[in-house]
Ligand binder design. Structure first.
Ligand code: SF4
Length: 204
């Protein structure tokens, strides 16, 4: 009987892939004949990994700084490419991405299933208004949206902050995630909480 095939999903903070991780992934692709899937969710997935090789691959990638998708992790934001790689970019989106990663790095047992997106201008190429929590850079500071979702029945997120600072954005994300945790048994999209009387933010 042929061995079961698995996938290994490597997270790509701000969509960036380091040279060392890229080179190591290539060795696995070459060695095991893998396929790679670059997803829209800021990760790269190694497909068709023989089950017996999963741990070996992880063990070799971890020392290079790789992190992996897994239950209970704070979501890796989906980001646009931002300044200076896009002419319309107002900010270097990696800075905000890192601020979020640093602020929520210690959070564990985060309940599914909400996503975060970041955009460096109001065009929102990362799907800002179709994401549970979205931050958009404008010329007058940040805007924060909540409650968007894609899929077969899309919903447009509502705006809860405008002209906000990075610190205000981090606090608001913290409040939303705390509220989601409080009101969620196992998993829940953010839009279901917007009309709760205790929702922590006010629409603007
Ligand atoms: S959201 Fe704006 S800055 Fe980001 S990729 Fe799209 S157009 Fe460029």
């Amino acid at each position: 009987m042929s061995e079961k095939k698995m996938s290994v999903t490597v997270l790509l903070p701000a969509g960036r892939l380091s040279r060392d991780i890229l080179a190591k992934i290539y060795t696995f692709v070459d060695k095991y004949g893998l396929e790679l899937y670059c997803s829209t969710m800021q990760n790269i997935r190694l497909l068709d990994v023989p089950e017996s090789k999963v741990q070996e691959i992880k063990d070799e990638l971890i020392p290079l700084g790789a992190d992996f998708k897994g239950p209970g992790k704070f979501p890796t934001p989906r980001v646009c490419v931002g300044k200076p790689h896009c002419n319309l970019g107002l900010i270097d989106i990696t800075v905000l991405n890192k601020a979020i990663a640093d602020r929520f790095a210690e959070r564990q047992n985060v309940k599914a299933k909400f996503k975060i997106s970041l955009a460096a201008c109001p065009l929102g190429c990362s799907g800002s208004k179709l994401t549970d929590i979205a931050v958009v850079a404008t010329k007058k500071g940040f805007e924060l949206f909540a409650g968007g979702r894609g899929g077969p029945f899309p919903k447009i997120g509502r705006r809860y902050l405008r002209g906000a600072t990075e610190a205000e954005i981090l606090d608001a994300i913290g409040a939303l995630v705390d509220f989601h945790d409080l009101k969620t048994v196992k998993k829940q999209r953010m839009y279901k909480l917007l009309d709760d009387a205790e929702f922590p933010l006010t629409e603007v």
